[in-house]
Design a protein around this ligand. Structure first.
Ligand SMILES: N[C@@H](CCC(=O)N[C@@H](CS)C(=O)NCC(=O)O)C(=O)O
Length: 199
């Protein structure tokens, strides 16, 4: 398998971390959708990362679809998203909120790519309010990681989201009472799978 995209994207990073946690071998091609758009589009014509090239040449895009495939490959026993019931529902809720936080932080970050006179302050503020709401909801799940406990997709995606927000919009984290998210972040970043995918 080939993972296309850079770990400075929380979506690419959650795939890289998951591949490491699941001990699935892969090659990493850290292409940028901006500075290496033409090369990346050979794998992902829409020009977004991540993409996963399977061994039979098929290409998957969108991190949720890729995670679903990886869980299927390893089977229900090792899957990172619980297979059914209340645990699955809770996990999917966490993932929806964590990825919403990513989307809003990305929107804020992309505003910075515009020439100054085209920056839309009202849109940036709206995105920031939505990011704050997502972080508050994420904190309310009180996710934690036992010292040597296994990583599940809830923790992987939440920690990738936190690390991304911490890099591109750190003020959002200073603004809130996010003690359990901060603890999860520290615990996850110490894990081998996270260290193998530096953002
Ligand atoms: N829903 C998608 C989001 C992917 C996404 O937003 N990727 C960003 C990087 S974080 C990207 O490729 N942006 C370039 C672009 O959209 O032009 C997923 O989960 O894979």
């Amino acid at each position: 398998m080939k993972l296309i995209g850079r770990y400075d994207s929380p979506y690419v990073r959650r795939i890289g971390v998951s591949l490491h946690v699941l001990r699935l071998p892969f090659e990493h091609l850290p292409l940028s959708p901006f500075s290496q758009a033409n090369e990346l589009r050979k794998f992902s014509p829409i020009g977004r990362m991540p993409a996963l090239v399977l061994d039979d040449g098929d290409v998957l895009i969108d991190s949720a679809a890729i995670l679903d495939h990886l869980d299927e490959v390893v089977g229900a026993e090792r899957a990172l998203i619980p297979p059914k019931g209340a645990d699955r529902r809770r996990c999917l809720k966490v993932l929806a909120i964590a990825t919403a936080a990513c989307d809003k932080a990305i929107a804020i970050n992309y505003e910075r790519r515009r020439p100054a006179h085209l920056v839309h302050d009202a849109w940036r503020e709206r995105s920031r309010e939505q990011l704050d709401a997502a972080l508050l909801q994420l904190e309310s799940f009180s996710l934690s990681l036992a010292d040597h406990g296994p990583l599940s997709q809830s923790e992987i995606t939440t920690a990738c989201a936190y690390a991304y927000v911490n890099r591109v919009e750190p003020d959002a984290l200073k603004a809130g009472p996010y003690a359990s998210l901060a603890r999860l972040h520290v615990a996850c970043e110490m894990r081998e799978a996270f260290a193998a995918c530096p953002q």
